[in-house]
Design a protein around this ligand. Structure first.
Ligand SMILES: Nc1ncnc2c1ncn2[C@@H]1O[C@H](COP(=O)(O)OP(=O)(O)OP(=O)(O)O)[C@@H](O)[C@H]1O
Length: 646
């Protein structure tokens, strides 16, 4: 290390380096370009730009040469190994001194204000935490940990959802990251911020809901164009209108779509009181979540699996103090919620009701599945109690029938929980308008604080077992092809190998096709859990999986399970905190969300987490795997690729 840095100043400051450079002169374009583009001159250009990287046109401007001459001269420096280039999507390419690349901690930030894009090479945790507050990670380039470039883009939704008190706070954060000020970009950000604060809903002292626009022209041009008599009952003034009570959600949605998200300051139902106190001390970021929620009275806690959203939600239930309806995607999660409520609060067990296919109790705190809550014949769920808070667990699961209940849900405090703010099906805006603004602790801070462990993800490209299998794939079509690639029998050997390599770890193997699940479970002699497995058996297998084989109970209870093969049913929200190894054997045609949730299963505070994704080489799975893993990489998770030998 010291050798490298020792060379750098010597080479830069003294004759020999310049001599080396001029030795490269004959390759350089005409007249003085070779001399002008010594490494020293390039450093000077960077200094003048006040940035660690420069484009060819910036170098040209600093050197007073043409862009073409600068590009050629830079290419010569690249050939000589003095300078490296970083392709930022396609154009422009940026250049930086090679030596700097060796200083692994050196961060480089390049802004493309017109495209509202920011590229950071080797970002520090701090920079990533800052960026994630107002931009979203689009892509990472390079798979080696030391060579990663991160591409961020600022969309209008990102500004709307930025967790700041005012635009100045957001701009200050922006400036702290960018190499210099970009007035035009700042202006755009301020403009977007303003948009999210131009319309406001509030409760009139006579009890009805009023929409207020910041100006007459907004009321005239935006509201009147996007809202009709179903939304607004009557104008009150040039800037205010009386909102139809049933149309609150629709008003928010219409204005969001028009590019003006609405601030919701209405008075909300508190509900009949319920007696719950928290018994667990919140972590500082959880306290911030809850305080922000109480201020806004609605919002979505966004944090990685295991970051403590459920515990923060229990704190919120205690703070709101009103009867609460909790909606969850599955029966298993309903049971887990009950356990967590009992573990982290003083709630009387008799005050908790479960409402799903198997059991129908409505109590002061009721946990119901989305499925049943969406059915018309279960309206009693909404009507028979005065709920003060509705909590949407795994909020991206909200189903269309729930949206149709949105009129009455709008009157309550609304809390969403989600590990996945990004949705490809576009309910980002639905979550925003039905529930509320994202309330974020950024992932980096959580990883850094050690509350959540960063998993290592490895894509392993598995070859076909023989020519015959390869040919069969080649001559099959569509769906059959996908199945053949998914069920590639060579994967069984690979799973066996990986399990043997991590003998001490509790492992989950995810599959898509039932036949394959059975084949793998048979080959390994382990249980297989699918949608067909009765709930009782599932619970039992999960319990045995949670047993710690190393503990003193091992002698007494030798039936613990170390490996489970799980079909899609086990995909989400199942609390198996001791899973340290996940092997995704198939299911690569699934959505991005599924990819991140599968990895999420193992993102737990305990143990070291590893995720292996098996993709059949030379099949469409390769591409799927890469796409899903890019999604993870966007979250800053380290992804590695390995070719399994034939
Ligand atoms: N403040 C806290 N103090 C101690 N333990 C905590 C705290 N908050 C959360 N935990 C523990 O951390 C683990 C994960 O918490 P929790 O279930 O709330 O996370 P989550 O974000 O809801 O996860 P998921 O998205 O998977 O549902 C649990 O075992 C929980 O008991």
């Amino acid at each position: 290390m010291t050798d490298d840095s020792g060379d750098l100043p010597g080479g830069d400051d003294t004759g020999p380096a310049a001599g080396d450079d001029s030795g490269g002169g004959p390759d350089s374009p005409d007249d003085t370009a070779g001399e002008e583009l010594s490494l020293d001159r390039f450093h000077e250009a960077l200094e003048a730009e006040e940035r660690p990287v420069a484009t060819a046109s910036e170098v040209a401007r600093r050197l007073g040469s043409t862009q073409a001459a600068a590009r050629d001269a830079l290419a010569a420096l690249v050939d000589r190994g003095d300078v490296d280039r970083l392709d930022v999507e396609s154009d422009p390419v940026v250049f930086y001194p090679t030596d700097w690349g060796r200083l692994a901690t050196r961060e480089r930030v390049v802004a493309f204000p017109d495209r509202r894009e920011i590229v950071v090479d080797r970002p520090t945790q701090f920079t990533r935490a800052r960026l994630s507050q107002f931009a979203h990670l689009v892509d990472t380039t390079g798979t080696e940990p030391g060579t990663r470039g991160y591409l961020y883009r600022i969309r209008q939704e990102d500004v709307w959802a930025a967790p700041f008190e005012d635009a100045d706070g957001l701009i200050a954060s922006l400036r702290s990251v960018l190499p210099r000020r970009f007035d035009h970009l700042e202006e755009w950000v301020r403009d977007q911020w303003r948009r999210a604060h131009r319309f406001r809903l509030y409760t009139h002292e006579d009890g009805y809901v009023v929409l207020r626009a910041a100006s007459e022209s907004l009321m005239g041009n935006v509201a009147d164009q996007h809202l009709d008599d179903d939304h607004l009952r009557a104008p009150i003034s040039e800037t205010e209108a009386w909102v139809n009570e049933d149309a609150v959600a629709a008003v928010k949605r219409a204005l969001y779509d028009a590019g003006y998200p609405v601030e919701d300051d209405r008075d909300l139902d508190v509900g009949d009181p319920v007696d719950v106190d928290l018994t667990t001390d919140l972590r500082p970021y959880q306290e911030t979540w809850v305080e922000t929620f109480l201020d806004a009275r609605s919002g979505v806690y966004v944090g990685p699996p295991g970051s403590g959203k459920t515990v923060a939600a229990i704190a919120t239930i205690a703070a709101v103090g009103g009867e609460t309806l909790i909606l969850v995607p599955s029966r298993e999660l309903a049971g887990q919620w009950r356990e967590e409520l009992l573990e982290h609060s003083t709630i009387d067990p008799a005050d908790i009701g479960l409402y799903h296919g198997g059991q129908k109790e409505i109590r002061p705190v009721t946990i119901a599945t989305y499925q049943i809550a969406g059915m018309d014949r279960h309206r009693a769920l909404f009507d028979s109690r005065k709920w003060g808070l509705i909590c949407f667990d795994e909020a991206h699961h909200i189903t269309a029938p729930i949206f149709s209940q949105s009129a009455e849900l709008q009157a309550k405090h609304r809390l969403g929980l989600s590990a996945t703010p990004v949705r490809e099906t576009g309910s980002e805006e639905e979550i925003y308008t039905l529930i509320g603004r994202p309330i974020g602790a950024d992932w980096d801070a959580l990883f850094e604080a050690g509350f959540v462990q960063e998993p290592e993800v490895e894509i392993r490209y598995v070859p076909w077992r023989d020519e015959m299998a390869r040919n069969e794939y080649a001559s099959a079509d569509g769906r059959e092809r996908r199945r053949l690639a998914a069920e590639n029998p060579a994967k069984i050997e690979e799973i066996r190998y990986l399990l043997a390599a991590h003998r001490d770890k509790k492992a989950l193997v995810f599959i898509e096709y039932l036949d394959q699940g059975e084949a793998i479970a048979d080959a390994l002699g382990v249980p297989f859990i699918s949608g067909e497995t009765p709930h009782r058996d599932r619970r039992e297998f999960f319990r045995r999986f949670r047993e710690d084989g190393d503990g003193p109970s091992a002698d007494r209870d030798r039936d613990d399970v170390d490996t489970l093969v799980v079909s899609r049913v086990g995909d989400e929200g199942i609390d198996l905190p001791n899973a340290e190894l996940a092997i995704v054997a198939s299911g690569l045609g699934g959505s991005r969300r599924q990819g991140s949730q599968r990895a999420g299963r193992t993102m737990r505070p305990a143990g070291s987490a590893l995720v292996y994704v098996l993709a059949t080489r030379g099949s469409s799975e390769e591409e799927f795997a890469q796409r899903q893993m890019r999604h993870l990489a966007r979250k800053g998770i380290r992804v590695r690729e390995t070719n399994v030998a034939e």
